[in-house]
Design a protein. Sequence first.
Length: 259
Amino acid sequence: MRLPRLVGLVCLLVIAVLTILGPSLSGFDPAKQNLRAILLPPGTDGHLLGTDNLGRDIAARILGGAQITLSLAALAVASAAAFGVGLGMLAGWRGGVTDRLLGALSDAVLALPGLLLVLLLAAIRPDSWWTLYAGLALTLWVEFFRVSRARTRVLTASPAVEAARLLGLGRWHVVRRHLWPDLSLQILTLAAFGAATVVTALATLGFISVGLRPPTPEWGVMMAELLPSWREAPWAIAAPVVALAATVLSLRLAAGSEG
């Protein structure tokens, strides 16, 4: 395993532990306001990363935002992978009309920019967790479909699969013993890149007030709230920026190929 990928996996493990522990790790309620403690510097009165423009603990809000962002990313990527890989295997295995129809469907989805699709769904029902999930999952499944379809076409024509068929072994055996072992590493790599895309998209939508809305402790929402105070308290807006950058970088490093 290459060093960059190892670093990415270790960073993801740390982020996952912090996310599971959540705001309770900081000892503060991420939604509790204290107008007497506005924009406190890091380390003041037990606030590890200081407070925001409403006196809320920034560390607690960062950890709360991590729970929202990473859980939504995991759910969207898992749904897109299951749907895309399933359809990709079906198209690659059966070919013919099935392959052409599913290929046309994926091309139709690609014709519409992914972020635009998410924006349209979010505009229909703003501040909806499920709307964001549906939009992001719909934009991600195509990559899983294209990769799994291409590999399935190659693998179903391989001598190993042909021999399994001649021996009368079922499709499930072929998928479990021949297709999935070959596809799994590529799917995991796509999943890591897809999760990075979801994290960035959520922050972007939150920043422009199309995704989740205040007082939700989401990183993009936090950036939008703290932007007017960046001269007075640059550490405050730096916290969600660093959290977002570290998460995306860790996911992209972890997506690296084996050495």
